[in-house]
Design a protein around this ligand. Structure first.
Ligand code: HDD
Length: 699
């Protein structure tokens, strides 16, 4: 325009920055409105004169802003922050003796899955590494309909009855008047509630253990929590507990590390899962079951309907029945991860519920919450939620109905022939349809209407003690220190005292350690309805020195710190060795453009020092020249890089010239401090727990 005004008006399609991918509805990739009308200018509103008012008739603007204004939907009340991926489940052998569920019949058969991991307390935009339980929800798209196994990375829960769920969640989420803390259990209301709910004690042991500060979503276990049942073709029911065991091993961070990761990379675990899948390092879990019958249930010390109890693996081993591989990141986060609607009530013939009162309450809650979150009773039609088998019924209409059923008959029975092209349309399936397992397992599973907690649910401490005493001493110290940290954030002294009195029941030594950490006297034990038992420890519950610690470097990230003057060939050799071990090398330099090697070649960098602290990798190698090291001695970020790796008990490999940096960072020699040879890679898979007492005081 030659009117004296500067204009940014585009002249044609070439100015469009965000050209949509070509697709069936957009064969020539033109920008259009939602009505399909081509847009001529996506930069400027329609105005009356170059500096005049915007015209109401600008339907292109109104539509664009209108749609934008409505982009957000209510986030999940719990588990709002999550990351998900597609994949498959492959069954190892036929489980026909236990279940008629179709996905478990034919060895090697694969069933598509969509799996979402989450934190519980924080909002959708909160950080990935708070101390929090992780959700582990799997949607199996079976040929007999969708089965959702909606579990956590902890095999027990805080409460025994769903009636208490809103109270639990209110207490842990941000406080009602002040709106904080976001994504943290370390505050008054949570511990007030917990201290008044002795049934939460076992879960609190898990929640304060290293389980809730996992290194990666790829290194968490998953549990169905409740006792479910499998039902075979003869109608025989077998109780089961479901377990997911990561092939990557179970690994956690150190609290100080988790806190620093939150600052360095709030999306650390989402990024880790995304990058692993993108590079073809598909995470894998084995699905296992603990199967048992009523006779076992009757002989077990605890009620198998009580979701605050485990069955130790040493009592009933976990039988692997298949594997899940996550091999495809969603195309669109909102459409898939955000709109995924899991419901524990989604089960298939061959799987069934038990009377666990927490599970029964959940069956009600999830369907309801999806309507509130997704706005319509037709949320099952959203592609990520839609079954991959035929869906045929006479449910009709509702908001956002996407289907266009044909014909007159929308009721059953009918004698009209239009629906689904069959006489009368879809009919009941007395043989293949879902049948609820009919028989009550015991006489006390039926009777008068009562609001009470059975006596068989009364022992709140014995398994909490079992858990604590099963842990490695380093993990016990972490757990005690976590309690000290959390309770130190509790301003109300009476709440701290009440918690201490509950802890005495778990283990007097634990209570003493926490009391000392708080500098508070330990009160008498709180009242326990039944005597606390000393049960045999379960070593399977350990992470540190446990049976599922990572055994190789596959999938680990190793940071290589370089600076100007580094030996480029040594860096290449190390990168090759790391790649050979299946790990990922990240070269970290003071500048993202890389460092100038001693031979003048450029050493490309994957991360800049200030933005890639050592908490983002599992081990560090320092490939430095004397000059490079001297320069880094003046960089706080470089000293902190090494100091944190040492403090987080990681392996440190260093060239001779890097020694001054080790000294400045306070690194003391031990098995985890090596040269850059094979010893380094052998060390990189481990954490050096023996170092811990040298670097921090634990409770
Ligand atoms: Fe829940 C979400 C796991 C008890 C009510 N829950 C939700 C998610 C997971 C769990 C993993 C996120 C699913 C996703 O990724 O979308 N919840 C559990 C486990 C429990 C449990 C393992 C105990 C064993 N939950 C529980 C109870 C109630 C709820 C007792 C209510 C009576 N949970 C919900 C909910 C959520 C939910 C409000 C929020 C968002 C959603 O469902 O889709 O309905």
């Amino acid at each position: 325009m030659d009117d004296g005004y500067i204009t940014t008006r585009g002249t044609g399609d070439e100015t469009h920055q965000h050209v949509p991918e070509k697709g069936p509805h957009d064969a020539e990739a033109h920008l259009t409105t939602n009505q399909g009308v081509r847009v001529s200018d996506n930069q400027n509103q329609l105005k009356s004169g170059p500096r005049g008012p915007v015209l109401l008739e600008d339907f292109v603007l109104r539509e664009k802003i209108f749609h934008f204004d409505h982009e957000r939907i209510p986030e999940r009340i719990v588990h709002a922050r999550g990351s998900a991926a597609h994949g498959f489940f492959e069954v190892y052998e036929s489980l026909a003796d236990l279940t008629k569920a179709d996905l478990f019949q034919r060895p090697g058969e694969k069933t598509p899955v969509f799996t979402r991991f989450s934190t519980v307390a924080g909002g959708a935009g909160s950080v990935d590494t708070p101390r929090d339980v992780r959700g582990f929800a799997v949607k199996f798209y079976t040929q007999q309909g969708n089965w959702d196994l909606v579990g956590n990375n902890i095999p027990v829960f805080f409460i025994q009855d769903a009636m208490k769920f809103p109270d639990l969640v209110h207490s842990v989420k941000m406080e009602a008047d002040r709106g904080y803390p976001q994504s943290a259990s370390a505050h008054d209301t949570f511990w007030d509630f917990i201290s008044l709910m002795p049934e939460s004690t076992h879960m609190i042991m898990w929640a304060m253990s290293d389980r809730t500060i996992p290194r990666s979503l790829r290194t968490i276990e998953g549990f169905g929590v409740h006792t479910f049942r499998l039902v075979n073709a003869e109608g025989k029911s077998t109780f089961v507990k479901f377990h997911w065991k990561p092939k990557q091993g179970v690994a956690s961070t150190i609290w100080d590390e988790a806190v620093k990761i939150a600052g360095a990379d709030p999306d650390f675990q989402r990024r880790d899962l995304f990058e692993a899948i993108q590079r073809g390092d598909f995470p894998e879990w084995e699905l296992g079951i603990q199967a048992f019958d009523q006779a076992f249930a009757d002989s077990f010390e605890f009620d198998v309907l009580d979701p605050t109890k485990i069955i130790p693996e040493e009592v009933i081993p976990v039988r692997p029945i298949g594997r899940m591989v996550l091999d495809r990141w969603p195309d669109n986060f909102f459409a898939e991860t955000e709109q995924a609607a899991y419901c524990p009530g989604n089960i298939v013939p061959g799987v069934d519920f038990t009377n666990d009162p927490l599970l029964q309450g959940r069956l009600f809650s999830y369907l309801d919450t999806q309507k509130s979150r997704l706005g319509t009773s037709n949320f099952h039609q959203i592609p990520v939620n839609a079954p991959k088998c035929p869906v045929m019924n006479f449910q009709r209409d509702g908001m956002m109905q996407m289907l266009q059923p044909k014909g007159r008959a929308n009721y059953e029975p009918n004698s009209l022939a239009e629906t689904a092209g069959e006489i009368g349309g879809p009919r009941e399936c007395p043989v293949t349809g879902f049948h609820t397992h009919e028989a009550a397992d015991r006489d006390d599973e039926q009777g008068d209407k009562l609001r009470l907690r059975p006596e068989s649910f009364a022992d709140h401490y014995s398994q909490a003690r079992l858990f604590f005493r099963s842990l490695d001493p380093a993990e016990q110290a972490h757990l005690a220190s976590a309690l000290v940290f959390e309770l130190s954030k509790v301003a109300i002294e009476a709440v701290r005292t009440r918690m201490l009195s509950n802890l005495v029941n778990v283990d007097p030594d634990l209570a003493k350690r926490v009391g000392e950490g708080l500098n508070m006297p330990v009160p008498n034990a709180s009242q326990s309805a039944v005597p606390v038992q000393d049960l045999p420890p379960s070593p399977a519950l350990r992470i540190i020195n446990g049976p599922r610690a990572p055994s190789d470097l596959k999938g680990h990230a190793i940071g290589i710190l370089v600076a100007d003057g580094s030996d480029a060939k040594a860096v290449d050799r190390l990168k090759a060795a790391i790649a050979k071990a299946g790990a990922v090398a990240k070269v970290i330099a003071p500048k993202i453009g890389g460092a100038k090697g001693a031979d003048g070649t450029l050493i490309p960098a994957d991360g800049q020092l200030a933005g890639t602290p050592s908490v983002t990798v599992g081990a560090i190698a320092l490939v430095l020249s004397e000059d490079g090291c001297a320069a880094l001695l003046k960089e706080a970020a470089a000293v902190q890089f090494v100091m944190d790796a040492f403090g987080h008990l990681k392996a440190i490999g260093a060239s001779d010239a890097a020694k001054p940096l080790l000294d400045k960072a306070g690194v003391e020699p031990d098995d985890g401090v090596t040269d850059l040879g094979a010893d380094f890679l052998a060390a990189a898979v481990k954490r050096f727990w023996d170092r811990e007492p040298k670097v921090r005081t634990l409770a």
